[in-house]
Write a protein that binds this ligand. Structure first.
Ligand code: NAP
Length: 254
């Protein structure tokens, strides 16, 4: 039993990672592949980069394929899960990672900016989680991991839409964790701090300097730092954890 608890082996498991063509999602896809999972690499606009991730998976001895999933189009969610089940014959791990930011101060924020972010980051996760829950309940095994953000816990200026979506993901995580626990499905969230990806690369240098000064560990994180925690949550070693929010932020929020 003790061995099973610490085992980090995902051989025979199928994982779906949304927004896995780059950044944090890409690192998560590769990390799950390293543990033996077969990975469905979600993308929305950049098929080439998603195919590159599949090639990287194969080069590391793992299996995977790219699948176009627009998480904003929630009507597609049941068909996406059906596709995974038809081809892969199972779905054990869902990582709701796809996300966007459309920053603006509240008084200037357009409805479109609000809805774009809420629909992509939160409603998209709701729809895929709902569709994925059924096969996981049947299998009596599942891992759902939502990529939130520390700003969902502490707030941030100019990001009312993004912060609301990320705080909403934490609420979704806890509610669904309680609903699905009896079926041996765990639902957890990861709240990254400042991670170096294309999402953060566009931020002005003076803001980056200010933010770095707030990080006790003194540097920005890498996508692999987040992926390592997701990999743990997906593994058997995390079987007794659900409804949790794990911060990966260099100590920024504590
Ligand atoms: P990123 O580099 O901008 O990558 C975003 C990914 O999401 C891409 O793979 C993109 O796909 C996909 N995507 C965008 N809109 C989508 C849609 N409608 N449907 C499906 N996929 C969509 O972002 P990142 O920095 O890796 O962030 C990944 C997640 O971590 C996000 O949820 C973000 O909010 C969260 N996060 C990031 C940080 C950070 O500091 N970077 C901090 C906290 C939380 P295509 O390439 O196909 O367009």
């Amino acid at each position: 039993m003790e061995d099973a608890v610490w085992q980090q082996d995902l051989k025979g498991k199928v994982a779906l990672v949304t927004g896995a063509s780059r950044g944090i999602g890409r690192a998560i896809a590769l990390a799950l592949g390293d543990l033996g999972a077969r990975v469905v690499v979600g993308y929305v606009s950049d098929e080439m980069r998603a195919q590159n991730v599949v090639s990287e998976l194969k080069a590391r001895g793992a299996e995977g394929r790219a699948l176009r999933i627009d998480v904003k189009n929630i009507k597609e969610a049941p068909a996406v899960i059906d596709d995974v089940l038809a081809v892969e014959k199972a779905l054990h791990i869902l990582v709701n990672n796809a996300g966007i930011a459309r920053d603006n101060l509240l008084i200037r924020m357009k409805e479109e900016e609000w809805y774009d972010v809420l629909e992509t980051n939160l409603t998209g996760a709701y729809a895929l989680t709902k569709a994925a829950a059924r096969p996981m309940m049947k299998a009596r095994w599942g891992r759902i991991i939502n990529i939130s953000s520390i700003v969902g816990v502490i707030g941030n200026v100019g990001q009312a839409n993004y912060v609301a979506s990320k705080a909403g993901l934490i609420g979704l995580t806890k509610a669904v964790a309680k609903e699905l626990a009896s079926r041996n499905i765990t639902v957890n969230a990861v709240a990254p701090g400042f991670i170096e990806t294309e999402m953060t690369e566009k931020l002005p240098d003076d803001l980056k300097t200010q933010m770095k000064a707030l990080i006790p560990l003194g540097s920005f994180g890498a996508p692999e730092d987040v992926a390592a925690v997701v990999r743990f949550l997906a593994s058997e070693g995390a079987r007794y954890m659900t409804g949790q929010v794990l911060h990966v932020d260099g100590g920024m929020v504590m």
